[in-house]
Design a protein. Structure first.
Length: 285
């Protein structure tokens, strides 16, 4: 391979070879390169990335998780004064760095002793993601909850049965992938349905039936709306007890003496009339 180089003076992005040559998914490298090319404050939510790329939400979500695990991407939750929770995304040119370009800037990388110094990597804050429980989705989202769980320990405090129901939704619809924090936020509403006597299968059916073909927000917002707006399902009535007042029909039998049909609980040879002593006496001469 031979490179045909063109010196660019505008509209270009500098990325490290460690990121450009990262082994693994090409979608992950492409998403990282696209995010690096955006200006500070640009939206980088899953919805915004899906509008740019042809890949779906599953691949985009997986790419963001890989970048987050590798240290290139960081998402921080912040609580607003109104009680809403928002997510601020930071993207790092070099994982593990937290510096920004100093006053001398990248064009003057010279230390105080006159020796050249490399420019410090830049941390790029992206646009704030909309609050989980306040932004509109394909279905309207519920009102913000001021007591929403914030830390990873909130999942340990959630109802395990409700968390299990939420975790299995992805088996019905692969788009319904929830993080641990989102599952902890939605678990109390599911627990309320379980306490009302609604089974896990009925809850799964109510949350996954009739979903839109394309989400305009994270799946957690759509599920939060359904849990809040959908009326609490009425559990099925208990089965009626068996009717024990109806008499039992005895089987028919034929009398050996008079050949009449009669009913009896057990097999007998003669009917009641033939078993009477008077009936068994010989006729008078």
């Amino acid at each position: 391979m031979l490179h045909v180089r063109t010196r660019l003076s505008a509209d270009f992005t500098v990325i490290s070879n460690a990121l450009a040559q990262r082994r693994g998914s090409a979608v992950t490298v492409g998403v990282a390169t696209y995010i690096l090319s955006l200006p500070d404050g640009a939206p980088v939510s899953i919805t915004a990335l899906c509008e740019h790329f042809d890949e779906g939400e599953i691949l985009i979500s997986r790419a963001l998780r890989e970048l987050e695990a590798a240290g290139y991407l960081e998402r921080r939750r912040e609580r607003l004064a109104a009680g809403q929770i928002r997510t601020r995304t930071f993207f790092y040119d070099v994982p593990g760095s937290d510096g920004t370009y100093g006053p001398d800037g990248p064009d003057n990388p010279v230390g105080s002793d006159g020796s050249p110094k490399p420019p410090r990597p830049r941390k790029r804050p992206a646009a704030e993601d909309a609050p989980l429980l306040s932004a509109p989705a394909t279905e309207a989202a519920p009102a913000p909850a001021s007591d929403a769980p914030e830390g990873p320990a909130a999942l340990a405090d959630a109802d395990p049965q409700a968390v299990a129901v939420l975790s299995t939704l992805r088996r019905v619809d692969p788009r319904l992938v929830l993080s641990a924090r989102e599952a902890a936020q939605l678990a109390p509403a599911v627990s309320e349905w379980l306490a009302a006597g609604v089974g896990a299968r009925e809850i799964t059916e109510l949350l996954t039936t009739g979903l839109p073909d394309r989400f305009r927000a994270r799946p957690a917002r759509v599920l939060a709306f359904r849990l809040r707006e959908q009326p609490l399902p009425v559990p099925p009535p208990p089965p009626l007890p068996e009717d024990t007042g109806r008499p039992v029909m005895l089987p028919f039998q034929t009398c050996d003496g008079c050949e009449r049909a009669f009913r009896a609980p057990e097999p007998v040879r003669h009917c009641r009339d033939c078993r009477l002593p008077e009936a068994r006496l010989p006729a008078a001469a």
